[in-house]
Write a protein that binds this ligand. Structure first.
Ligand code: NDP
Length: 329
């Protein structure tokens, strides 16, 4: 038997989540059984713990879109008992049972072996949000971003993606401007390495101007909506925006073609879910070297399985700061 957070749906279509004991025989199909050390909480988990936002297909369901742990049994040559592994994406925690459990059964193709020096705890303090932050930084670098070109903007900075992006960029020597709607998060963001705090309201008004003054050499955008529309017009010549999230809206409001054709601005799409294995390995290796672990510690809020229904609702309201580290044991 093992413990898990189980979401059930009643005859009226209402969902409820509670910690339950499950039998290993109930685990879904997969070649690898992992003893889960840690999971974490992401925006998508908030959806899957609640009514699902259309992501969960069948109930009862075990959410948790990422996990790190130790291989218990393996039917795949690439992994053996005792190997430390991390899993993010592949719709685990949505269409397949996820990490909010003491055990998970998954496909070998979905796993990444943890690099030397990265514990399962650290891997989940980073989690999907942090991996996505690193993929964003790598995309900006691949498009020519280097320290010294000017400030790099991070939107939704006090959230999971934004916090890790701020810490990584600062550690790499970039000047970081952090956008937040929470003035009380300013000290926290400066602690992560932000040089400048930009109040959210400065970037949410929709304007019809074709371009604004050039301000940002690059941007990691977790917010979308009106903010992304504004930021595109404020990019320096040839600068790139890594579009990661839609915490502020799924449309790019007020956006025009002008930044692309007059300033050569690039809009780079970042997906972490179906990302090929080689990119994941590259990103986890970069995390092991380029994420200052002492800063990561300041982002962590510990949680257990029974905390998740409440925390899931909070992350959907944008009230969670940094990274929630879930210990299912
Ligand atoms: P969090 O909830 O931790 O962070 C989101 C942050 O966005 C909030 O903390 C808040 O920052 C800001 N925000 C929230 N609502 C608004 C709003 N209405 N207007 C402006 N800013 C707002 O979520 P995550 O960091 O985990 O995820 C961020 C986004 O990235 C989500 O949309 C998520 O779905 C997406 N994502 C995408 C991935 C991918 O593969 N592309 C992977 C992981 C996440 P502050 O309080 O500082 O203003």
């Amino acid at each position: 038997m093992f413990r898990a957070l189980v979401v059930e749906k009643d005859a009226e279509g209402r969902t409820s989540a509670a910690v339950r004991d499950l039998d290993e025989a109930q685990l879904p199909e997969g070649e690898i059984t992992v003893a889960v050390d840690y999971s974490t909480l992401n925006y998508k988990d908030g959806l899957c713990i609640g009514p699902g936002g259309g992501l969960v297909r069948s109930y009862p369901h075990v959410p948790g879109i990422d996990l790190a742990g130790t291989v218990e049994t393996s039917e795949d040559d690439r992994y053996g008992p005792g190997d430390r592994v991390v899993l993010t994406g592949w719709r685990v925690g949505e269409t397949h049972w996820g990490g909010y459990a003491q055990k998970a059964r998954v496909k070998a193709d979905w796993l990444v072996a943890l690099p030397e020096g990265l514990s399962t705890r650290t891997a989940m303090a980073v989690g999907t949000a942090g991996l996505t932050a690193m993929l964003s930084v790598m995309a900006l670098e691949d498009h020519g971003l280097e320290p010294g070109q000017g400030p790099v903007l991070v939107t939704g900075a006090a959230g999971g993606v934004g916090s890790v992006a701020t810490a990584i960029l600062s550690h790499l020597g970039y000047e970081v401007a952090a956008v937040t709607g929470r003035p009380e998060a300013a000290d926290y963001l400066r602690g992560l390495g932000a040089n400048e705090i930009v109040p959210r309201e400065e970037l949410t008004e929709i304007t019809r101007k074709p371009l604004e003054s050039e301000r940002w050499a690059g941007c990691v955008d977790a917010v979308g909506g009106a903010m992304l529309g504004r930021v595109l017009k404020q990019m320096k010549y040839g600068g790139s925006v890594a579009a990661v999230g839609l915490a502020g809206g799924a449309a790019i409001e007020g956006a025009l073609i002008t930044p692309f054709i007059l300033r050569g601005v690039n809009l780079l799409g970042i997906d972490s879910v179906m990302r090929p294995h080689a990119d994941r390995v590259r990103a986890w290796n970069r995390i092991a070297t380029d994420l200052p672990l002492e800063k990561l510690e300041s982002m962590i809020q510990p949680a257990v399985l029974s905390d998740l229904p409440k925390l899931g609702a909070e992350i959907l309201k944008g009230h969670v700061r940094g990274r929630i580290l879930v210990d299912p044991n």
